[in-house]
Design a protein around this ligand. Structure first.
Ligand SMILES: Cc1cc2nc3c(=O)[nH]c(=O)nc-3n(C[C@H](O)[C@H](O)[C@H](O)COP(=O)(O)OP(=O)(O)OC[C@H]3O[C@@H](n4cnc5c(N)ncnc54)[C@H](O)[C@@H]3O)c2cc1C
Length: 388
């Protein structure tokens, strides 16, 4: 067993840490207040080669894997979860193509994301079907060599900047709950019939929009099918492999929040001493620091597993644990850190109220906490996770 980062990953971590401290931290509050897409930070990520982190070198990426991307996201999320989401979006929509796309699809669609020439978004959720993914109603009807897509996707992150969308649609009967009734498609933004609908008014993670994708008889060639027809499994594999990446947003946020609060309580005085001198506060710091390290271990192991291709059913409980624990921890630590600042924590002069609002997104996206708990329990019941 080896707990040290490789020299390459340690260097990546140090580089992104510096970038995050110098360039991202000063922008975080502004992004939240203006709710404008931080194009400057996207350009920064492209220049630093971070948009291709988890894309293999032969496709124009850095080949740092899911581990490398998770490490970078952890650093960025210490200061801005919106910026961390921008990095996450280099993998979420490209994941199904990297797992099962043809070489031609990978070159046409994934390489431009890696180099910064294009952006993409992921369309699985629909107004009536979030956790219940088999309830999607977007249809893809075969017509000669083409497919014609009709339906509405919602809550899609990065929708306005995306040049193409990874869209899941029913190729079997709409009412069917059979996995082979759903297929994945690449749909380019300029296809006739495609439009962006309502943009959501969100509680946090502002600056990177979520919104509706409207598909009104959008025609795509069969070569835009990702993997095989009926390849719904791709959605699940793609999301399984994403668990450590979402988890990294949670641990980075928790680390950033706790570091901020610790500095504050070491300065703030009450009852003739600093607040940090109170044992009640010290125990809280110790408890949260321990949980952060536990979440980091779960997350790093999950990333290591995902990079070894361990994101099929047997690995699900380990991947889901990282996502569940690290994102719930983000909510817990940001709330406790805010409390340590008292009234100051509630004010926008300090970043903790922003962390607190941002954290809540993490327990909902890409499989809610309850869905992760169900998957972990299923893993134990099926003995995928067992201790003898
Ligand atoms: C900011 C943001 C960004 C998003 N970005 C994207 C994106 O880019 N692409 C995309 O496709 N989707 C995206 N989503 C959607 C997200 O994936 C869904 O919100 C999520 O899957 C939950 O679905 P839902 O909101 O319909 O909740 P529901 O499925 O309606 O669930 C409601 C509640 O019931 C609970 N619940 C549901 N089923 C069970 C069960 N079996 N057991 C116990 N509890 C259960 C849930 O945990 C939840 O608490 C985004 C959402 C948000 C908030």
């Amino acid at each position: 067993m080896q707990f040290d980062l490789s020299p390459e990953l340690a260097e990546l971590q140090a580089t992104v840490r510096k970038l995050a401290q110098e360039r991202i931290a000063p922008r975080a509050r502004q992004i939240d207040e203006t709710d404008e897409y931080p194009q400057d930070l996207y350009d920064l990520f492209v220049d630093a080669g971070l948009t291709g982190l988890c894309v293999p070198e032969e496709l124009g990426g850095a080949g740092a894997g899911i581990f490398g991307l998770a490490l970078a996201i952890e650093e960025v999320a210490k200061y801005s979860n919106a910026a961390a989401l921008m990095l996450l979006l280099t993998r979420l929509p490209t994941g199904p193509l990297l797992i099962a796309g043809s070489e031609e699809q990978q070159r046409r669609f994934v390489t431009p994301v890696a180099t910064g020439a294009a952006r993409a978004a992921f369309g699985l959720s629909e107004p009536q079907a979030g956790s219940d993914v088999m309830g999607i109603r977007t249809r893809a009807r075969r017509d000669g060599d083409d497919f014609v897509l009709t339906g509405t996707k919602c809550w899609m992150s990065g929708i306005r900047q995306a040049d193409w969308y990874c869209v899941f649609a029913k190729t079997g009967p709409v009412e069917s709950r059979a996995h082979d009734s759903v297929s994945a498609f690449v749909v380019e933004r300029d296809r006739p019939g495609l439009s962006v609908g309502t943009i959501d008014r969100k509680m946090g993670v502002k600056g990177v929009d979520t919104g509706e994708l409207l598909l009104d008889d959008v025609r795509v060639p069969a070569e835009n099918v990702v993997g095989e027809i009926g390849g719904f499994r791709l959605a699940m594999l793609g999301l399984n492999a994403m668990r450590p990446i979402v988890a990294a947003r949670g641990i980075g946020l928790a680390e950033g929040a706790l570091m901020y609060a610790v500095k504050y309580v070491q300065e703030r005085r009450a009852f003739d001493r600093t607040i940090a001198d109170f044992q009640g506060i010290q125990w809280k710091i110790a408890e949260l620091a321990t949980e952060i390290e536990a979440a980091r271990l779960l997350t790093y192991r999950a990333a290591w597993m995902a990079d070894r291709g361990q994101f099929t059913k047997e690995s699900v409980p380990f991947l889901s644990m990282a996502k569940y624990y690290a994102t719930e921890l983000g909510v817990k630590v940001s709330g406790e850190a805010l409390q340590m600042l008292g009234a100051a924590g509630y004010m926008k002069d300090h970043p903790l109220e922003l962390y607190y609002r941002d954290a809540k997104q993490l327990t909902i996206v890409e499989g809610t906490t309850q869905i992760q708990l169900g998957l972990i329990a299923r893993g134990v019941l099926d003995r995928d996770l067992w201790w003898d």
